[in-house]
Design a protein around this ligand. Structure first.
Ligand SMILES: [Zn+2]
Length: 108
């Protein structure tokens, strides 16, 4: 077992509607609030048996945003979304594995 990679820094930037995640030894990455909401890994969003994504994007508001975030142990982030969806627990491992095309390095 390797140690899970912990983000060095994570913040929600409401003006730009993105999360900014900084990993050790990696470029800063960002992902849009709504993209992350649609990637919710909970059993209500992904079929546990087939892995099929069952969240309906039409049901997720364009302006969805996190209304609360808290750490779940030291391995994950639990996000309550403004559409009242609060079962999503995003592990660091999951966040680190998100498809690269959804993560853009911040241009300074
Ligand atoms: Zn979910």
């Amino acid at each position: 077992m390797t140690q899970p990679v912990l983000p060095k820094n994570l913040k929600a930037i409401r003006e730009q509607r993105v999360f900014e995640i900084e990993w050790p030894n990696a470029p800063l990455t960002r992902i849009g609030f709504r993209d992350l909401r649609l990637l919710c890994p909970c059993a209500g969003c992904v079929d546990e048996f087939t892995g099929e994504r069952i969240v309906n994007p039409a049901m997720v508001p364009e302006d969805v945003a996190p209304s609360a975030m808290k750490y779940s142990g030291n391995y994950a982030l639990k996000i309550t979304w403004s559409d009242n969806h609060d079962t999503g627990i995003y592990s660091w491992e999951y966040l680190a594995r998100l498809p690269l095309e959804q993560l853009e390095p911040l241009k300074k």
